[in-house]
Design a protein around this ligand. Structure first.
Ligand SMILES: [Zn+2]
Length: 420
């Protein structure tokens, strides 16, 4: 089996309640594309597709010769498939988890600890923090995608403190005044912002609910009027999903980020964020550590959260993470975040190109076909492989795959790998 080093995967779907339902979901569409016999239920949420070897949902190798082998088992048996650098750096484990997300209702506002904090939290509270790894993430939009990300510029937050008295009440006079008086010193600004956010997060639940009710009354009472001063449309949407939740007020602290297809955002350690709506490709270090801040029925660790966040204010536009062109391949755009664990490539083969080679890398990779059809051949595959929308291919390090493109309109693929 070792000589077969390129093969297709059957990947697990997570049916979390926040996912898009039925064939509205990109996840469901890809599942059906990859397996025309798959049954998609109209009312069921298809939230995430996990393409990787995470123990919670290890992909199955779709090759009848290997029986029921999972990708994780196979890598454990043949760690050389990772590439020598990746194998040594990440102790024989695939360092990333590749996903597709289809978001219908907001996911919790959250941040992920850095490695040091993750280790400490895991040692102290293993029930809340399941492993000791960091979890940088990157989201690349497949459809129009909306999220919250990072603290807004101070002027914007001051604007909301002025125009939304209910928000001001939760932050309190003293903290709000301190933020108003910052003069541009970065350390002082971060301290003042931290104080404002911490005060709000520590308000009693009843106070939060009362202020939120007042605000909702004001916004809904203003029917027909312009409520943009208090971000009315987004507030109404989040409140309908999470009534009474402190996260509804976070829209005054955090940037609203809208991504068009192929635009990306990178979420480094301690960056507060939430996904609100849309479909995306996501890649992350293999970890499950999340500290939550609202829009969730789950456990919120307010002290850890308020302590760890990156309080550097920055405009929404700075949250976009642009890809770079691959000099060796005009059809490849590289999203290479400032962490060693993963890189994502977008491969866009134009309609005019019928023969294309997915280049060999010194890293194992997972390739997802989002659009288009091809016949793939590789010296390391058991036989020719038909690629179509939804096909997920595992490619061992140092193996190339030749594509004969049969689609009329070209192909779009995403490839996760680890470029050390
Ligand atoms: Zn996250």
């Amino acid at each position: 089996m070792e000589e077969v080093r390129v093969f297709t995967l059957t990947c697990a779907v997570q049916n979390y309640a926040w996912g898009k339902a039925g064939l509205d979901s990109e996840v469901a569409k890809l599942v059906l594309g990859g397996d025309p016999l798959a049954v998609i239920e109209e009312d069921k949420p298809y939230a995430e597709l996990w393409m990787g070897a995470h123990p919670k949902a290890d992909a199955k190798i779709k090759d009848n010769l290997t029986g029921e082998t999972t990708l994780g088992q196979w890598i454990a048996q043949f760690p050389g498939c990772l590439g020598s650098k990746v194998k040594d750096t990440f102790q024989g484990q695939l360092p990333f988890l590749f996903k597709v997300l289809s978001v219908n209702t907001a996911l919790s506002i959250q941040a992920h600890p850095n490695r040091e904090l993750a280790a400490r939290l895991h040692a102290q509270f293993p029930e809340h923090y399941p492993d000791d790894n960091h979890k940088p993430e990157m989201a690349i939009a497949l459809t129009h995608f909306q999220g919250l990300c990072g603290f807004r510029p101070v002027e914007e937050i001051l604007g909301f403190l002025k125009s939304v008295p209910e928000f001001h009440a939760l932050v309190g006079n003293e903290a709000a005044e301190e933020l108003r008086c910052v003069t541009g010193d970065a350390v002082h600004t971060r301290q003042a912002l931290k104080k404002c956010f911490t005060r709000m997060m520590n308000c009693e639940k009843k106070v939060i609910v009362d202020q939120l009710n007042m605000l909702m009354k004001r916004v809904t009472g203003d029917a027909g009027k312009d409520t943009s001063e208090c971000n009315g449309a987004l507030l109404l949407r989040l409140h309908s999903q999470y009534p009474g939740d402190i996260g509804c007020f976070s829209i005054y602290f955090l940037n609203y980020v809208a991504l068009e297809p192929s635009q990306a955002m990178f979420l480094g350690a301690s960056e507060p964020h939430a996904y609100l709506y849309g479909d995306c490709i996501e890649c992350m270090a293999c970890s499950d550590n999340t500290v939550r801040a609202g829009l969730t029925p789950k456990y919120i660790d307010v002290n850890t959260l308020c302590d760890m966040l990156n309080y550097t204010p920055a405009p929404a536009s700075s949250k976009l993470f642009p890809p770079v062109k691959d000099y060796s391949d005009p059809f490849v755009s590289i999203y290479d975040p400032p962490v060693p664990d993963f890189t994502v490539m977008r491969i866009q083969v134009p309609a005019s190109v019928k023969q294309y080679t997915v280049a060999a890398l010194d890293s194992a990779g997972i390739l997802l076909v989002v659009e288009g059809d091809a016949i793939a051949t590789s010296a390391a595959a058991l036989s020719d492989i038909t690629l179509r929308r939804g096909t997920v291919l595992f490619i061992s390090a140092n193996e190339a795959v030749s594509l004969h493109v049969t689609a009329q309109l070209g192909m779009t693929m995403f490839r996760a790998c680890c470029l050390l």
